[in-house]
Design a protein around this ligand. Structure first.
Ligand code: KG4
Ligand code: ZN
Length: 351
């Protein structure tokens, strides 16, 4: 089976081609990602209208490059998958329309992929991990703890009450003058600072359940920055980055432990703790999660960093997983800005 995947829901125009005839990373036949870094940099964040136009400009070249990398043609694909939500609607429409057009022209089945489901399933491309597993999904738009019980079968155990964790990284990086994209720059700057040198709150820690809240943390960073002498001293910036990163890592680990405890109370055993989404690229966060998984005696599994941030491979893989189960979609399926994971297939029928 060979599946093409198209991702355009945020600021990466990406196409991947995957197969299930081999194991592990060899399954990736093509992985092309065109970032819109230069387009959004002057604004310090993603501008939806600019993103949509940039996807339109880039998608043809990215597709050609992917076919070239794989040494394959559209006619050799068994199915075409594209992100149909959730995400910035202009961009999602570009990818969904492209995917549907390719599917119609080549007479191949179309699979509408939920972006969050793709993050949730990426780990299975790399590792032989069985359902159910506990997933911490941490990206620019989402912070969720999810019980992954099967393809299309997700139970959301906790979510953020306000900002996503990636947003907290990005906005704090902007306040500290680090620029865009904030997460990776903040991780880099943190290397020169000391964790815990600036006290920060840990919202929701110690509370029941496993919901998150990050807006208070962002406000604490803003107040500290406002009160610090200007221009900001490099040491202050480094210490703030290290303190923020370690605080976030502790919050994520603590909330994950609560999820484990909730599942244990139910008598539900999971095969692994899995992390997905762009923030999962952060090494300090990975460290905290490794310990949390160790406490419950399950392996901690993280896809390689380039597969944690948005890419086309994850869409192709989720498409392949669905297609193998006989799941495909009609070309009337619509692009949607919101598409919660836990009602995925109920919603799909209503599209
Ligand atoms: O999954 P993703 O590529 O796009 C969304 O679906 O949102 O995640 C992007 C987010 C951004 O907020 C970015 O700053 C964050 O992931 N990120 C990181 C790191 N690399 C990317 N956050 C912390 N540390 C990193 N190394
Ligand atoms: Zn994402």
């Amino acid at each position: 089976m060979i599946v093409l995947g198209i991702e355009t829901s945020c600021d990466e125009t990406a196409v991947g081609i995957v197969t299930d005839s081999v194991a592990g990373e060899a399954r990736i036949l093509a992985n092309v990602v065109a970032t819109q870094f230069t387009e959004h940099k002057p604004y310090g964040g993603v501008v939806p209208e600019i993103a949509a136009r940039a996807h339109l400009d880039k998608i043809d070249d990215v597709l050609h490059e992917a076919f070239k990398q794989a040494g394959l043609q559209l006619s050799q694909m068994d199915a075409v998958a594209a992100t149909c939500g959730p995400g910035l609607i202009g961009g999602v429409m570009v990818g969904a329309m492209t995917g549907k057009s390719l599917s119609a022209v080549a007479q191949k089945p179309f699979i509408a992929v939920n972006h969050l489901e793709a993050h949730a399933l990426t780990v299975r491309l790399i590792y032989d991990v069985a359902f159910p597993y506990l997933l911490l999904l941490v990206s620019g738009g989402h912070s969720q703890l999810v019980l992954v019980e099967g393809v299309g079968n997700y139970r959301r155990l906790g979510t953020t009450l306000d900002d996503a964790v990636g947003e907290c990284f990005d906005k704090s990086a902007k306040l500290l003058g680090l620029g865009y994209p904030g997460g990776p720059l903040l991780e880099l700057a943190a290397q020169k600072g000391q964790a815990g040198s600036i006290p920060l709150p840990k919202p929701m820690v110690g509370r029941e359940g496993c919901n998150f809240s990050f807006s208070g943390l962002k406000t604490a960073v803003r107040l500290a920055v406002e009160n610090a002498p200007k221009p900001l001293a490099p040491l202050f910036v480094a210490n703030m980055c290290a303190s923020l990163q370690s605080t976030i890592a502790q919050i994520l680990a603590e909330r994950t432990l609560h999820a484990f405890a909730m599942l244990e109370e139910e008598g539900k055993h999971v095969s692994a703790l899995v992390v997905g989404g762009g923030v999962a690229a952060n090494q300090s966060i990975r460290g905290g999660l490794t310990q949390a998984a160790g406490k419950y005696g399950v392996p901690f599994l993280a896809p390689p960093v380039p597969l944690c941030t948005d890419n086309g491979v994850m869409i192709a893989w989720a498409g392949l997983e669905r297609f193998c189960l006989g799941l495909k979609d009609d070309l009337t399926v619509r692009a949607r800005p919101r598409w919660p994971l836990d009602t995925l297939d109920v919603d799909r029928e209503a599209l």
